[in-house]
Design a protein around this ligand. Sequence first.
Ligand SMILES: *Cc1c(COP(=O)(O)O)cnc(C)c1O
Length: 409
Amino acid sequence: MLTRRKLLKRITAIPFLGGLLGSGMALPAVATAAAAPAKRNVIQELGLRTFINAAGNYTSMTASLMPEEVMETINESSRHYVMLDDVQDAVGKKIAALCHSEAAMVTAGCWSALVLGTAGVLTGKDPKKVAMLPFLEGSGMKTEIILQKTHANGYHHALTNTGARLVLVETLEELEAAISEKTAMMWFLNREEPQGQIKHRTWIEVAKKHGIPTMNDIAADVPPVENLWKYNDMGYDLVAISGGKALCGPQSAGILMGRKDLIEAARMHSPPRGGNIGRGNKVNKEEILGMYVALETFINRDHDKIWKTWENRVAYIADTLADIPGIRTETFIPEIANENPTLKISWDKDRVKLTGKQFGEKMRNGSPSIETISWESEDYIRVAVFMLEKGQEKIVAKRLRESLLETVG
Ligand SMILES: *Cc1c(COP(=O)(O)O)cnc(C)c1O
């Protein structure tokens, strides 16, 4: 893009060029450059490293790339003013219909959905209460959120942004005993379901019996695509998901969906309203609309066909490494979160003198740079293929092979 200053300079240069032309001199190259300025590449300009993403949706790696449909929406909508609440209203209705919920809103990521959803549960639509958060003492609001101990591994911290206190339980008996007039909500971390003693159905059943709202965090839990509506259908009052992970929406967007009264209450905490804890959870119109189109594009994909493409990529990489002595490959599909085929590559320690981390660094420092899942173990790395662009599996396979052959003894 031209800065204003550069533009002024070029405009003043034109009569001068005209003068040159008049004097019979050839038109200098700068005149055509001014008409069609070379496309600026800021990533290159700043010397930033780009890489092939064979790791997956990691926030630190900027998670995912937005498809063309989403970028067109973002660019087109950036040229117009609309009322922020009107955008949320319209998009919320569409998302709710797509995901079988009563209502929905676009949030500033899944974390933001957890904060705003919890805030709404605590205050309802009472503006005085909205202004009080995070100070719940003496407000008359309920103050406690119950969750299972195995679900408390980091993301649950979002709930405490509202001022709520967490109560951890392990057994059904402990859950029943923990419920009191102070209980505001029961929170579930979807990907930890297998680790907890209390499963979805029981969690919802107990909550309904006591009239307590429930929330399920499914941040990284598509595919399968059905998960977008499964937990709404199951009876959760609120469901939160990341927009920029497998949904390939804007990285700083997410979705909160669920009961109409609770979504309306969550909206009371979010911009354009200010003077409340949610003010920092702003999402611009471009991202709200981009999130909607990303969700729609994701749902409309041919999921079976894409899954086969992923399997083929994994098989291609495995085949490329098959004849290297001491190397083993295995297809590994994580259960629940980031559920897609990955290739686990391990090696005989006496033949290949590498730790997982060193192998990861070799891939990162080569050309082109490739990110893999290299921090899980000393003994293996994993390669995810669902974020690869078409044909990149060939480059990944070649570089993995070269790196291993350099090291193999
Ligand atoms: C990634 C993640 C979040 C946070 O989501 P953002 O969209 O990055 O805000 C919350 N919960 C879980 C389980 C996650 O994996």
